[in-house]
Design a protein around this ligand. Structure first.
Ligand SMILES: CCC/C=C/C(=O)SCCNC(=O)CCNC(=O)[C@H](O)C(C)(C)COP(=O)([O-])OP(=O)([O-])OC[C@H]1O[C@@H](n2cnc3c(N)ncnc32)[C@H](O)[C@@H]1OP(=O)([O-])[O-]
Length: 414
């Protein structure tokens, strides 16, 4: 049963109300939709051969991944454990057919929900995703351990979705949901607000924001819109707008130099926030995409004001109205990025440079940064408020809800 995005009336009937998207409804619609990889019907023979080979490797890797998982030293958190559970069940038993546990059996229900949310994902695909997830957890942990070995670095506790460390007078805030392409869920928004607040007061000279793994971040986690009951849509929009306003404000008010180290593709709010960073460095693998109209939404992060100033109105319009995705080289030519580095040497070159910057006099850097920001601060807060007001309305629109349903149906991906 496919939901046609071009027909709001039809959607209204199927969803009960056009202004609500419940996960159960999304699952109902996605139940007979094939996983993304299986959607291409016209695959040349050579690719089919390669796909089969990949799947054989996946089966072997799947068994190895189960063993490797036991080597994890740190608890990956409940969200990841549920994901692992669901993928394992899907890989070994196929789609969830067991009866839904009662509302009060919270643990069983959470597990059932996670498994059931995979719909008809094939067992091969589930094995593949399970293997990739274990591998990303192990590499994140080993990256953490390498860092732990550095006597000068201290890791800040109390965060689950980001990693916050301080070393060489640099506080690094790293998006850390690599298995979700670092999508920003509500918890991550709150943790970043807290981390920026603390970094503004700690002993570091500069702060850096970056991503763990292949992506910088894929932007707002679309699941932020999914677990909402029909009568809670307005509250979701109101709370979401308030959280977003506070989140963006914490960038506007950040008192020290804030540098974005864009390690890979950046989408949505992670791109618009770059205008509020003091320098942006990018790997040549990075891309910059603000697909707001494609998602039925509107610009945030003060981009409606800052992007035209940074790149000129015509180019800002191409990005913010017409979803133009920029390469790192284009983003640099358009003034959003200060410098692009080859991916192979990106981390080494950037961190060497940042280490040198962080050895400059701390107070001088802070007052200069605040001076530069003070000229615009009031205006930026006003723009932020206005953008959040507009988004609050957008989140209740059919255009936005249809785009989100479409993503969960696996019909659309950027
Ligand atoms: C708040 C203010 C307004 C906000 C503005 C914005 O930021 S607008 C911008 C909003 N952003 C978007 O619209 C981006 C939507 N995302 C995409 O279009 C694609 O995921 C991709 C192109 C980023 C990567 O494609 P790929 O084929 O390389 O990888 P993959 O797709 O297999 O991803 C692995 C897993 O991560 C999941 N996941 C990833 N990102 C998100 C997300 N943002 N949300 C939820 N989930 C997300 C994905 O579903 C999958 O889960 P599964 O199936 O394993 O359960």
């Amino acid at each position: 049963m496919a939901l046609e995005t071009s027909c709001p009336e039809k959607n209204r009937n199927k969803l009960g109300s056009a202004n609500c998207v419940e996960p159960s409804q999304i699952r109902e619609f996605t139940a007979d939709i094939k996983p993304r990889q299986a959607q291409a019907v016209c695959i040349p023979a050579v690719h089919l051969h390669m796909t089969t080979a990949t799947m054989q490797v996946s089966q072997k890797d799947f068994e190895k991944a189960q063993e490797q998982l036991k080597l994890l030293k740190k608890d990956p958190g409940n969200e990841t454990k549920l994901k692992l559970y669901a993928l394992f069940k899907q890989a070994t038993e196929g789609p969830c057919n067991s009866p839904k546990p009662g509302m009060l059996d919270f643990v069983k229900k959470a597990k059932w929900d996670a498994w059931n949310s995979l719909g008809n994902l094939s067992q091969d695909n589930a094995r593949q995703k399970y293997t990739e997830l274990v591998s990303s957890l192990l590499s994140a942990e080993s990256a953490g351990q390498t860092k732990d070995a550095s006597p000068e670095e201290s890791r800040h506790g109390g965060y689950e979705t980001i990693i916050v460390t301080t070393e060489n007078s640099i506080t690094k805030i790293m998006f850390n949901r690599p298995e979700r392409k670092n999508a920003i869920n509500h918890q991550m928004y709150r943790e970043i607000i807290k981390a920026l607040h603390q970094a503004g007061k700690d002993d570091s000279t500069i702060a850096v924001i970056t991503g763990n793994g292949e992506y910088y971040t894929s932007g707002n986690d679309l699941n932020n819109f999914a677990n909402v009951k029909p009568n809670e849509m307005e509250k979701m929009a109101k709370d979401g707008a308030e959280l977003l306003k506070e989140f963006v404000s914490s960038f506007i008010d950040f008192p020290k130099p804030l540098i974005a180290v864009v390690n890979g593709p950046a989408i949505g709010i992670s791109v618009t926030l770059l205008g509020l960073c003091d320098i942006v460095y990018a790997s040549d693998r990075a891309t910059f995409h603000t697909p707001f109209s494609q998602l039925g939404q509107s610009p945030e992060g003060c981009s409606s004001y800052l992007f035209p100033k940074i790149m000129g109105l015509a180019k800002a319009n191409e990005m913010l109205l017409f979803n133009k995705k920029l390469t790192a080289a284009q983003a640099c030519a358009w003034g959003l990025v200060a410098e692009v580095f080859p991916d192979g040497t990106f981390q080494k070159e950037v961190w060497e440079r940042l280490k040198a910057y962080a050895s400059l006099p701390k107070n001088s850097l802070a007052v200069s940064k605040q001076l530069l920001r003070s000229m615009e601060k009031e205006k930026l807060h006003a723009v932020n408020s206005k953008e959040c007001e507009v988004l609050k309305e957008r989140w209740l629109s059919d255009e936005c809800l249809n785009a989100i349903v479409s993503f969960f149906q696996r019909k659309s991906k950027l």
